[in-house]
Ligand binder design. Structure first.
Ligand code: DGL
Length: 284
C-alpha cells in the first residue's frame, strides 16, 4: 500500500556507504533524479565494512538510517553492497514506512550477457557471505560459472585516492589474471567503491571484457520507489537543478579534509562536508 505523503515538502534522499564508494551511486542518482535534495553519509570511522562481521555492519546501518530519517530523509539508498548484504531485510523491518533501496551484485545482467559462460565477481567478504549473494547466484547463475574475488586492500586504496597506484594495479591483476585465464567476458562490480577503478580494470582485462556497474539501475529503482511511495510527482516535479551537488549535504564520520579531497578527486566538486561522531553506537 502507498503511504500518504505527510506534507508537501520536497522529499530528501538519504544515501550511505562505509566511505566514498557510494559516491558512484550518488553520481547516478544526480543524473536520474536531479530535482531532489540528498544527504550523503560516509561512515569513514568504520571503513572498510567488508571484513567485519555482518551483525556489526547491521548495527552501523541501522544507526545511520535512523539518523538520516531524523534529518528528514524519506527514502534510504544503501549505496553499499556489504551493508545491503548485512542489513537490507533488517532495515525494511525496522523502518516499514520508509522505502529502502539496496544493492545486490549484478549477476542477472551478467548471466544474460556472457557468451563465454564465465563471469568474474569482485566484492568484499561481507557481500559474498550474505544471503543476498547466495540468492542471486541460485536464481540467475545456474548456467554460468562465477569466479569470485574479494580484492583485499582495494577499498583502502580507493579511500586513499590511489586509483592509479602500482599497488592498486597489483591487487587488481592478482584478482583478474586467473579470471582472464578462465575466459571471463564479463565482470560484475559487487562493491560500490570499485567503479572508481574501472579504467584500471579495463586496462588489465582489455576492451572486450564488459564491466557491469549497477549504479544506474539502482538510481532508476530509487526513482521508481519515490514515485510508488508518492514522494516524487513526475508530472509536477520540483524545479530542476543544474547543479545537484549544491543541494546535497555531505557528512563523514571520519576526517573532513580527506573527505573533501575525495569529493574533489572523484566527483570534481568543491563541497564543504561536515563531521558527525559516533557515540555508543549512535550518531549525533
Ligand atoms: N562500498 C562498499 C560495498 O559496496 C563497502 C566496502 C567496504 O567498506 O568494505 O560493499
Amino acid at each position: 500500500m502507498r503511504p500518504p505523503m505527510s506534507d508537501n515538502s520536497t522529499a530528501k534522499i538519504g544515501v550511505f556507504d562505509s566511505g566514498v564508494g557510494g559516491l558512484s551511486v550518488l553520481r547516478a542518482i544526480w543524473q536520474t533524479i536531479p530535482e531532489l535534495p540528498v544527504i550523503y553519509l560516509a561512515d569513514q570511522a568504520h571503513v572498510p565494512y567488508g571484513p567485519r562481521p555482518l551483525e556489526e555492519v547491521r548495527s552501523f546501518a541501522e544507526a545511520i538510517s535512523r539518523y538520516l530519517i531524523s534529518q528528514g530523509c524519506r527514502i534510504i539508498v544503501v549505496a553499499c553492497n556489504a551493508a545491503s548484504a548485512a542489513a537490507l531485510h533488517h532495515l525494511r523491518a525496522r523502518f516499514p514506512a520508509i522505502p529502502i533501496v539496496g544493492m545486490e551484485p549484478a549477476v542477472k545482467p551478467a548471466a544474460e550477457h556472457t557468451q563465454s559462460g564465465v563471469v568474474g565477481v569482485l566484492a568484499t567478504p561481507a557481500t559474498f557471505q550474505g544471503a543476498l549473494y547466495a540468492s542471486v547466484v541460485e536464481r540467475f547463475a545456474s548456467n554460468v560459472r562465477l569466479i569470485p574475488h574479494t580484492c583485499p586492500g582495494l577499498v583502502q586504496q580507493i579511500e586513499a585516492g590511489e586509483l592509479d597506484a602500482p599497488e592498486t594495479y597489483r591487487i587488481l591483476s592478482e584478482a583478474l589474471e586467473p579470471m582472464l585465464l578462465a575466459r571471463i567476458d564479463t565482470i560484475v562490480l559487487g562493491c560500490t567503491h570499485y567503479p572508481f577503478v574501472i579504467p584500471a580494470i579495463q586496462q588489465i582485462a582489455g576492451p572486450s571484457v564488459r564491466v557491469i556497474d549497477p549504479a544506474p539501475a539502482v538510481a532508476k529503482q530509487t526513482r521508481r520507489q519515490l514515485i510508488a511511495y508518492g514522494l516524487f510527482d513526475e508530472d509536477n516535479p520540483p524545479p530542476l537543478s543544474s547543479n545537484p551537488d549544491r543541494h546535497t549535504r555531505f557528512i563523514t564520520t571520519g576526517n573532513v579534509e580527506k573527505f573533501k579531497a575525495a569529493l574533489k578527486q572523484l566527483l570534481n566538486i568543491d563541497a564543504a562536508p561536515t563531521q558527525l561522531r559516533w557515540s555508543q553506537n549512535l550518531l549525533e
